[in-house]
Design a protein around this ligand. Structure first.
Ligand SMILES: Nc1ncnc2c1ncn2[C@@H]1O[C@H](COP(=O)(O)OP(=O)(O)O)[C@@H](O)[C@H]1O
Ligand SMILES: CC(=O)OP(=O)(O)O
Ligand SMILES: [Mg+2]
Length: 414
């Protein structure tokens, strides 16, 4: 039987896996995810063909590795999932790793590359740790399957020097790797290809402003198919606020917030060091800190339940509007499309309407009915612009990081 590809997207509180056929383009065989690892009980979501279900997981899953093992066991033991019955059916495992340092491309895992990735853990402990734990597990427990790591940061290696350089001592900046890297690049790469195809333009001649708005949110200016700026920086903390992230703030703020900023956070372990400052700004801020909920669907409503919910919504809108304006100017007004993506960008018609209204001066206009309806299940890109709109097209793209990794794995390099 032909072998398959397993794509893994591990976060701190969730692990999502998708099995694909190893063909061009890959076809989804099954999709499974565990969420709530840090806030038990963990929940399993499983989809295979038309079969879809959600259940609480009976056993304790303390780490992303436990969740990954559970998901594999679950899929391999499903009698309806004959295409992936054991590890022998796997050709490749693709792993999403957020921070790839200076890597421009995906890499195959061996002792040397794993060692180099270990060196990056300190730059992004909150983001890389879970993914690398699973990479290590696969190397030991599934040694015959080739593991390939794909990096969120790789797409942004084209960002010009003046944009990626922080104005600090350059010797220290170089020796410590302190520069803008940018993230969500696997998603931006999927969106660029899908939108260029939708617009009937070669990707190398497509200019876009793309928003990936989920629990982690960023925005990217793409010129001639290359990232020329993005809102995240050295780590995914910079730029837009997220569910529990502050986004950009005055860097001095944290020293006024607590005099323990530089101390190790209680969340640190022997393998993973996190400062109290990082813990506060990454985990105890964002719209959760403002409203008590991480669920943006409770905030983006016509009649918000409290003033704090309205304020959270207004803050997000303000920050995104600022970047759209800035990137429109950086792209010299030559913008083919403004694209909404990520869980919130794809689902919140209210956020899209509010932002488009606030960016009318750039010629953006949407069709209310198309915006309210949003994209259908099978629709990767949907044009929600008003027919008469003279400005850039306003588009919604249902992004898919797992597919993007499997696509490159099956079609291009491996
Ligand atoms: N209908 C909706 N309106 C607004 N936000 C939504 C809606 N549905 C889901 N969301 C939000 O999408 C976010 C998750 O987006 P996603 O891209 O899946 O996140 P991540 O991959 O960063 O965990 C959550 O904040 C969730 O509340
Ligand atoms: C880079 C990043 O913020 O990722 P996520 O949105 O998956 O948290
Ligand atoms: Mg995400």
């Amino acid at each position: 039987m032909p072998k398959s590809i397993l794509a893994v997207n591990a976060g701190s509180s969730s692990v999502k896996i998708t099995f694909y056929t190893c063909e061009n383009p890959p076809r989804t065989i099954a999709d499974a995810a565990i969420s709530g690892i840090t806030a038990p009980p963990p929940t399993l979501k499983y989809q295979q063909g038309d079969k879809k279900h959600k259940e609480e997981v009976g056993e304790k899953l303390n780490t992303p590795q436990d969740a990954f093992k559970y998901l594999l066991k679950r899929c391999f033991s499903d009698p309806d999932l004959s295409e992936v019955a054991s590890v022998d059916d796997l050709q490749y495992i693709c792993h999403r790793v957020v921070h790839g340092g200076d890597y421009r491309e995906a890499v195959e895992i061996n002792d040397e590359t794993l060692d180099r990735l270990k060196g990056l853990e300190d730059l992004a402990p909150l983001h890389n740790f879970s993914a690398l734990e699973i990479v290590r597990l696969c190397k030991v427990e599934l040694p015959k399957v080739t593991s390939i790591t794909f990096f969120d940061s790789a797409f942004h290696q084209t960002i010009p020097e003046a944009v990626r350089t922080y104005p600090i001592n350059q010797e220290i900046a170089k020796s410590n790797g302190l520069r803008k890297y940018g993230f969500h690049g696997i998603s931006y790469s999927f969106i660029l290809r899908s939108v260029a195809q939708f617009l009937g333009k070669p990707a190398e001649r497509t200019n876009l402003i793309v928003m990936h708005i989920g629990s982690g949110a960023s925005i990217c200016a793409i010129k001639n198919g290359e990232s020329m700026d993005t809102s995240m920086g050295l780590t995914p903390l910079a730029g837009l606020p997220g569910a529990t992230r502050s986004g950009s703030i005055d860097p001095s703020l944290v020293f006024h917030y607590t005099n323990e900023a530089g101390k190790l956070s209680p969340a640190s372990t022997t393998e993973m060091h996190i400062s109290t400052a990082e813990e506060i700004l990454n985990k105890q801020s964002g719209w959760k800190a403002l409203t008590g909920t991480t669920d943006f669907a409770k905030i983006a409503v016509a009649n918000p339940p409290s003033k704090a919910h309205q304020l959270a919504f207004d803050i997000i809108v303000d920050r995104i509007q600022g970047y759209i304006g800035s990137y429109y100017v950086k792209l010299n007004g030559e913008v083919d499309g403004v694209v909404f993506a990520g869980g919130i960008g794809e689902k919140s018609s209210l956020l899209r309407r509010t932002l488009v209204d606030k960016c009318q001066c750039l010629g953006l206009a949407i069709d209310d009915a198309a915006n309210d309806k949003g994209p259908g299940d099978e629709e990767t890109v949907k044009d929600i612009s008003k027919d008469s709109c003279k400005g850039p097209r306003v588009l919604v793209c249902q992004t898919n990081e797992q597919f993007e990794m499997a696509y490159h794995c099956a079609c291009s390099r491996y």
